[in-house]
Ligand binder design. Structure first.
Ligand code: KIV
Length: 273
């Protein structure tokens, strides 16, 4: 059992996260997409649960995050929220729901909040989507930014390789991070960028910077739960640490069940009425 299984069971708020950064307390964040995993992760004491649009990949089997719809994200978010007592629940706005214009963005953001009861939303991008970010914040909805490798732009990038390695892209990322903080975002995810850049952004902002492949000198870390639990056996980026091998555990359990059924060992006397 984690020694960080928190005694303080009060609900995590955006203000508490900013306070954690101020005190130098690292923030632990994981994704979840359903009630059962969300309740386990929340019970273990994680600070933020992200209903990521990575659901498109790991739940629906799509190659990218682009196909997942607003209705599907709301379905996943509702299921997660029902399983969570303590963590802050953040839901990704899916591709196409906030890029067209600010009015459409706020309408979609309000729908997610009303129907899912999430605590906050995450949007990918900087200056380009600032009008949408401002309008959503004006509606009283907390926003987490997401810069660096933003998977909804994979067709523009052409590859999932490390972002902001050159000076121009790194400078734009720093500018965007500042703009997001000034606009009122409560935190920013930085994905797959050089560790020195992650450290620089975290030191320049007062809001928490949560990294995924952004090095150790940021304010917290996020991983996709199915990856860190070892369910997605063929995904092996350098930033991923596996804390379990559930692929093997599940595969062995299913193999044993099949044997027991085929050999008439299941159910036994005590497993029937
Ligand atoms: O959708 C997702 O899982 C994410 C994380 C990788 C941060 O955005």
């Amino acid at each position: 059992m984690s020694k960080y299984l928190v005694e303080d069971t009060r609900k995590v708020t955006t203000h508490r996260l900013i306070e954690m950064k101020r005190k130098g307390e690292k923030i632990a964040m994981l994704t979840a997409y359903d009630y059962t995993i969300a309740s386990i992760i929340d019970g273990a004491g994680v600070d933020i649960i992200l209903v990521g649009d990575s659901a498109s990949n790991v739940m629906a089997g799509n190659v990218t995050t682009l196909p997942i719809t607003l209705d599907q994200m709301i379905y996943h978010s509702k299921s997660v929220v029902r399983g969570v007592k303590r963590a802050l629940v953040v839901t990704d706005m899916p591709f196409g729901t906030y890029q067209v214009n600010a009015d459409e963005a706020v309408k979609n953001a309000i729908r997610i909040m009303k129907e899912s009861h999430s605590d906050a939303l995450k949007l990918e991008g900087g200056e380009e989507i600032l009008p949408s970010i401002r309008k959503i914040l004006d509606a009283g909805i907390p926003i987490m930014g997401h810069l660096g490798l933003t998977p909804q732009s994979i067709n523009k990038f052409g590859t999932y390789t490390v972002r902001a390695k050159d000076e121009a892209e790194a400078a734009k990322l720093c500018r965007d991070a500042k703009l997001l903080e000034e606009a009122g975002c409560f935190a920013i995810v930085l994905e797959k960028i050089p560790a020195v850049l992650g450290a620089k952004v975290a030191s320049e902002l007062t809001i928490p910077v949560i990294g995924i492949g952004a090095g150790g000198d940021v304010d917290g870390q996020v991983l996709v739960s199915t990856d860190m639990l070892g369910m997605t056996a063929d995904f092996t980026p350098r930033f991923l640490r596996r804390y379990a091998d559930l692929h093997t555990v599940i595969s062995d359990a299913v193999g044993n069940y099949i044997c027991d059924v085929k050999e008439c060992d299941f159910p036994n006397e005590s497993e029937q009425y």
